[in-house]
Design a protein around this ligand. Structure first.
Ligand code: GDD
Ligand code: MN
Length: 360
């Protein structure tokens, strides 16, 4: 009896790619007992309908349609956890990965590897399909950073193409962070022992239909995930993102202050302007990034912005008050400032999490 396999395909706006994917898997996996599960986040283009249409005719095809949620990693996790096969493979839904490699990846795992990764960066692999030289540089930088920070001995830790035993996935599932794009790195880092990894080369294809969903926010989330791993999960990821956004806000404040002073405004007016601009920018960033999964929309944005500014103003009062009190007690100026700022951030985070971005 050969092993059974579930192929998990995260997809968002991939309508045109669903049918070609099923056909390609049918050819590549001939002779294997396999099924495919498309995990769609309620794409406006009707990806789920297309997948269901095929599923009605072909028992090997399933579709999970998630509503009110977005995210590549979490889609993969839910797809994999819906499987009862021996092995789970994960492949992008846009035909950029080479499905003909799956049998090799399966063989590698049957012969003792714990994780088989489709790799663009071992002999025989290729990343020509990246859309621009900028994407290539970015990809290389990301890989370098991920390897340095995590020590993962993998040439393509950012691959979205891999295969492992389902029971191993299930064991690691509870330790996954599940945010953003980098589910493979997440899995590698979730394992308490170093996994036995084999990399199988493949050539990354250009996208034929649809467009990439990787954007600046996804990259920012990736940065948050690395910081999270570095801190060993000591702080909630949400808080890390919130604090990173806050640090960026300080920068914005200073730049606006500088520009406004040069433009001839008085210091008081310039600093007020800088603070307001920074608050609005921070609100936007937090709404897009930190609270991506419960983003405020429409009228709620204005209500949220107003609340956020009130909360942060109170945070600033607390910050200044505490720093002054400490300074008066002969605490060094820098330390007093730091404690004040830290308390301000914690206040802003705790209060805005419950008041502004209340989980629904
Ligand atoms: N369900 C769901 N929800 N699927 C998503 C989402 C989402 O929020 N965002 C993206 N996807 C799906 C896409 O539809 C596609 O099938 C797959 O995830 C990869 O997304 P792309 O937007 O095509 O990403 P990419 O081509 O820039 O990068 C991919 O390939 C790289 C090379 O292997 C990703 O898999 C990277 O992680 C990977 O490094
Ligand atoms: Mn892609």
């Amino acid at each position: 009896m050969s092993s059974t396999l579930t192929v998990v395909v995260p997809c968002y706006n991939e309508r045109e790619n669903i049918s070609p994917m099923v056909t390609a898997l049918d050819t590549a996996l001939v002779g294997l007992p396999w099924e495919v599960v498309f995990v769609d986040d309620n794409s406006p283009d009707g990806t789920a309908d297309t997948a269901r249409e095929i599923a009605r005719r072909d028992q090997r095809v399933r579709c999970i349609r998630r509503v009110g949620r977005r995210g590549l990693s979490s889609a993969v996790i839910e797809g994999a956890l819906s499987s009862s096969a021996d092995y789970v493979a994960v492949i992008d839904g846009d035909m950029q990965h080479d499905e003909t490699r799956i049998p090799l990846m399966l063989a590698a795992c049957e012969q003792g590897a714990e994780l088989a990764i489709g790799s663009r960066h071992v002999a025989g692999g290729e990343s020509a399909g990246l859309s621009s030289p900028f994407r290539e540089k970015l990809s290389a930088a990301g890989i370098g950073l991920a390897r340095r920070l995590t020590g993962a001995p993998v040439n393509d830790p950012m691959s979205g193409f891999f295969l492992l035993r389902r029971d191993l996935f299930e064991r690691l599932a509870a330790r996954l962070n599940g945010q953003g794009f980098k589910i493979l790195l997440d899995l590698i880092l979730a394992s308490p022992q170093q996994l036995k990894i084999v990399e199988i080369p493949y050539k990354f294809r250009p996208r034929a239909a649809g467009e990439s969903k990787l954007d600046a926010l996804v990259m920012a989330q990736f940065a948050g995930m690395l910081v999270d791993k570095l801190l060993g999960g000591a702080l909630p990821l949400r808080f890390i993102n919130f604090a990173l956004v806050g640090a960026f806000g300080v920068l914005i404040n200073l730049v606006v202050l500088q520009l406004a002073t040069v433009a001839g405004l008085s210091f008081g007016v310039a600093q007020t302007l800088g603070t307001v601009v920074a608050m609005v920018a921070n609100f936007q960033l937090n709404n897009q990034l930190t609270y991506r999964t419960q983003r405020l929309k429409g009228r709620n944005v204005w209500r949220g912005l107003a609340l956020f500014m009130v909360v942060c103003s109170l945070g600033a009062f607390a910050n200044i008050g505490i720093a002054r009190a400490l300074y008066a007690e002969n605490t060094g100026g820098l330390l007093a400032g730091f404690v004040g700022a830290a308390i301000g951030v914690v206040w802003n985070y705790a209060v805005s999490a419950t008041l502004v971005w209340r989980a629904r």
